[in-house]
Design a protein. Structure first.
Length: 307
């Protein structure tokens, strides 16, 4: 049952990653986020502290930390200057490689890969019960074997892989692996391998519909087809979707298509008819009309504004 939850609900649907280089006196403040935050130390040693903890936790290269509820926290190498606020998820396009943010003065003392993860589905009640630890640090496995320990990785290779073409895809896949590893550790620690009861089946079906929408924006989805895909009637699916997502399926589908269209337009090398096809419009004219209705300007004007 845990595998089903990890593969379906707590799967990384999107990730925004940055490389933080901490120099002398460098301190990074991460504000409260609606996303799950994950850190992996790639070089040096850092300290992590949340607002609720009295003592900071020390992390060395190869060790990682998970803030499941996105709580505000800070990371530093050594006490020094005032913290620099970093919004990891404040990215509107997908860069080829995680951007690098340098905090403090040379020389660089530590490097941290930080990711803001959007998970496929988290029940709203999870934030009320907060059953998982607010902050979980995976240290190198201790001698007592009390935890499964941090993954044994070659940090130098990870640092190299976070640069160049396809680096963002690599960082996202790595974040997914680390998340699964850390959630398994939390599960074993709290529930001791007991079966998890999965409740709110309609919520899980809505989550499945969201995954299908984002995986296949090129399909000409209808309410009836989406409902059939997840095994619900049209009326039940529409009501459940609005309950858990907050908007009707058609509105969400349009928003997802338009956001993806802006990313493809920003690439600057894809023909309009191909963008239209990728986001579910058979005709370029239909796509252009829908885009202008949503954003108030045509796709061509959108491209020109970005130059």
């Amino acid at each position: 049952m845990l595998s089903e939850v990890l593969l379906c609900d707590l799967r990384v649907a999107d990730a925004r990653c940055v490389l933080i280089e901490l120099g002398e006196g460098g301190c990074v403040q991460y504000p409260q986020s609606s996303r799950t935050i994950l850190h992996l130390v790639l070089d040096g040693c850092v300290f992590l502290q949340t607002g609720e903890s009295r003592e900071p936790q020390r992390m060395r290269a190869g060790e990682s930390a998970l803030l499941f509820y996105g709580d505000s926290h800070r990371i530093w190498h050594a006490a020094g200057g005032p913290p620099t606020v970093v919004e990891i998820s404040d990215q509107h396009t997908t860069p080829e490689a995680p951007p690098t943010i340098r905090v403090g003065v040379a020389p660089i003392r530590a490097i941290v890969l930080s990711g803001a993860l959007e998970l496929a589905y988290i029940s709203p009640s999870a934030f009320a019960s907060r059953a998982a630890p607010a902050c979980r640090v995976m240290h190198a496995q201790n001698s007592s074997g009390a935890t499964i320990g941090a993954l044994a990785i070659e940090v130098g290779q990870i640092r190299s892989a976070c640069q160049g073409a396809g680096a963002t895809a690599f960082a996202t896949a790595l974040a997914s692996l680390l998340l699964v590893h850390m959630l398994r550790d939390i599960y074993q620690d709290i529930w001791h391998d007991q079966e998890i009861e999965v409740r709110a089946p309609n919520a899980r079906r809505v989550a499945a519909a969201l995954r299908k929408i984002h995986s296949h924006l090129d399909r000409a989805w209808t309410l009836a087809e989406l409902a059939k895909e997840v095994g619900l009637s049209r009326s039940t699916f529409a009501a459940a979707f609005r309950t858990y997502v907050g908007v009707p399926p058609a509105s969400y589908l349009t928003e997802a298509r338009m956001k993806r269209a802006t990313q493809l337009l920003a690439a600057g090398s894809i023909a309009l008819h191909e963008i239209a096809r990728r986001v579910g419009y058979r005709l370029e004219s239909s796509f252009s009309r829908a885009f202008k209705q949503y954003y108030g300007l045509s796709p061509k004007n959108f491209i020109g504004r970005g130059r």
